[in-house]
Design a protein around this ligand. Structure first.
Ligand SMILES: N[C@@H](CCC(=O)N[C@@H](CS)C(=O)NCC(=O)O)C(=O)O
Length: 205
């Protein structure tokens, strides 16, 4: 039985849970991650030295990094990644872009406006974070405005899972935002999937 370590309030854990549901795979989940259960303890650090969730365990096999877990699950099941070489590369491109380009700018704004983390109250830095985040969202808008239902075409892939959760966060942040019509339509399409609606639920920004 697959085992997932991580709290459902984590966007990176929800990526994995969404993929597992799309694949109809059964799993057991153990709550780890602050404030529920501190992963910076020897027992957890032996599994993931970063002290972060999610972690996948299958027998002796241990895997961390949410996008690597998505790729593993997709390849294990032979779905959610295109067979066609170029389409597959494009799906991996958007998956990598989500983690390395789209996510980093939101840190300050999300801490200030969603998490209300003490110390994150500088209006200039909030504005700067929103501006940089918006610039990345504009790139996604440009791709989606080409008219395909999913980010690399007609096929739903693990890249859509990762992007969907990032867009959900964008939608949840209470701030003035540009109106991205293609992103909005894509988000609604992803919400139309049973597992998408489950893991992009309103209570989990
Ligand atoms: N690059 C990692 C990032 C993982 C990450 O940042 N996880 C956060 C939750 S979203 C975490 O473990 N935070 C510490 C905690 O929850 O205690 C991945 O994609 O798996």
């Amino acid at each position: 039985m697959l085992q997932i370590l991580g709290r459902v309030t984590s966007i990176n854990v929800r990526k994995v849970l969404w993929a597992l549901d799309e694949l109809n795979l059964r799993y057991e989940r153990e709550d780890w991650g602050m404030p529920i259960r501190d992963p910076k303890v020897p027992e957890f650090l032996r599994l993931n030295p970063n002290g972060q969730v999610p972690v996948l365990i299958e027998g002796e096999f241990v895997l961390w990094e949410s996008n690597a877990i998505l790729v593993y699950l997709a390849e294990r099941e032979g779905v959610l990644l295109p067979q066609h070489l170029e389409s597959r590369a494009l799906a991996l491109q958007w998956l990598g872009w989500q983690a390395s380009e789209l996510n980093p700018p939101w840190g300050y704004a999300v801490n200030a406006l969603i998490r209300k983390t003490p110390g994150y109250d500088d209006p200039d830095r909030i504005a700067q974070s929103m501006q940089r985040w918006g610039a990345k969202m504009e790139i996604l808008e440009g791709q989606l405005a080409k008219g395909a239902p999913y980010v690399v075409g007609d096929e739903f892939t693990i890249a859509d899972i990762a992007l969907g959760l990032s867009i959900h966060r964008w939608m949840s942040v209470p701030a003035e935002k540009p109106d991205y019509a293609a992103v909005q339509a894509y988000y609604e399409r992803l919400m139309g999937r049973e597992a998408g609606a489950r893991w992009m639920g309103a209570e989990t920004p």
